[in-house]
Design a protein around this ligand. Structure first.
Ligand code: HEC
Length: 264
């Protein structure tokens, strides 16, 4: 018994230790919600195209092959070669190993940009979705930007021209009493308090906030798909299996009734 108790204690302590990193999305707190839509080929195609144009130069997808993505997302191979593959050496069955030489990358950024095939599984789709939308101006950093979800990230803000600049600013927030009600002064006005560290958008990018969020949605959706391409097949197969069980149970039941007749 004593052993079991101490085992539980160790597991509990390990859990607390691993959860002790703070909020799931760093200085941002809770991550924004993100629901993947793995059957939406249009969204996945857009995400793929954004990835190739803005991310693939630094981040490989080395556990994925070009033709697998083309087949899954319904992209004709000739169009993929024409618009999305910029290296004439590439064959359609090749792994997407990227174009950056690791040694150079380490010298430029201090860390080599990691492969992103499994990034939505290593973190979570919510984390990636939030991370890509929370870069802000910070003159003390190498590229003039910092990130709320991943403070001190060595990645430049590659989507700056689309999103426009964001800065950290302050907001007047309502204050709450211990019973959960908003605090008011004698004249009945709400008492507010200035809190800082919030993202403010300067809205000087090519896209509106909604358009930019949609772009990042599609990109994260694509990265979620690429982390486990078989998920789509698996989930569809699951329905067939359940359908089969229902039919099989019905047939087995009929057969059972047929046998029962002989006994009586
Ligand atoms: C100019 C090179 C460059 C480009 C282009 C680039 N990144 Fe990065 N990215 C980096 C570097 C370097 C890091 C490592 C940051 C660190 O660990 O400090 C990184 C880190 C990341 C991470 C965090 C990975 C992890 O596991 O910690 C994600 C997610 C990411 N990048 C997504 C993207 C996406 C999506 C795009 C395209 C919109 C993109 N990056 C474009 C250089 C780049």
């Amino acid at each position: 018994m004593k052993h079991i108790t101490s085992l539980f204690f160790v597991i509990f302590a390990a859990y607390m230790f691993s959860a002790g990193d703070g909020a799931p999305c760093g200085d941002y707190g809770e991550c924004d919600t993100f629901e993947p839509d793995l059957w939406n080929n249009e969204s996945l195609q857009k995400g793929f195209s954004t990835y190739i144009n803005y991310c693939y130069g630094c981040h490989s997808l080395k556990y994925s092959r070009w033709n697998r993505i083309a087949t899954d997302l319904d992209i004709p191979e000739d169009l993929m070669f024409k618009y999305l593959i910029f290296d004439s050496e590439v064959k359609s069955g090749d792994l997407m190993t990227g174009s950056m030489i690791k040694f150079n990358a380490e010298q430029w950024f201090g860390v080599a940009p990691p492969d992103l095939t499994l990034v939505t599984r290593a973190h979570s789709p919510e984390w990636v979705y939030t991370y890509l939308r929370t870069f802000y101006e910070d003159g003390s950093k190498q590229y003039g930007v910092n990130n709320l979800v991943y403070p001190g990230a060595a990645m430049p803000n590659v989507l700056l021209s689309l999103q426009g600049q964001q800065i950290l600013g302050c907001k007047d927030m309502l204050t709450y009493a211990s019973n959960g009600g908003v605090k008011r002064d004698e004249t009945g006005n709400n008492i507010t308090e200035e809190r800082c560290g919030y993202l403010l958008s300067l809205n000087n990018g090519q896209l509106s906030t909604e358009e930019f969020d949609q772009l990042i949605y599609d990109l994260t959706n694509f990265l979620t798909y690429v982390g486990e391409p078989a998920k789509r097949v698996r989930e569809r197969m699951g329905w067939y299996v359940i359908f089969f069980f229902i039919i099989f149970t019905a047939l087995a039941h009929l057969l059972y009734r047929e046998y029962q007749k002989d006994y009586h």
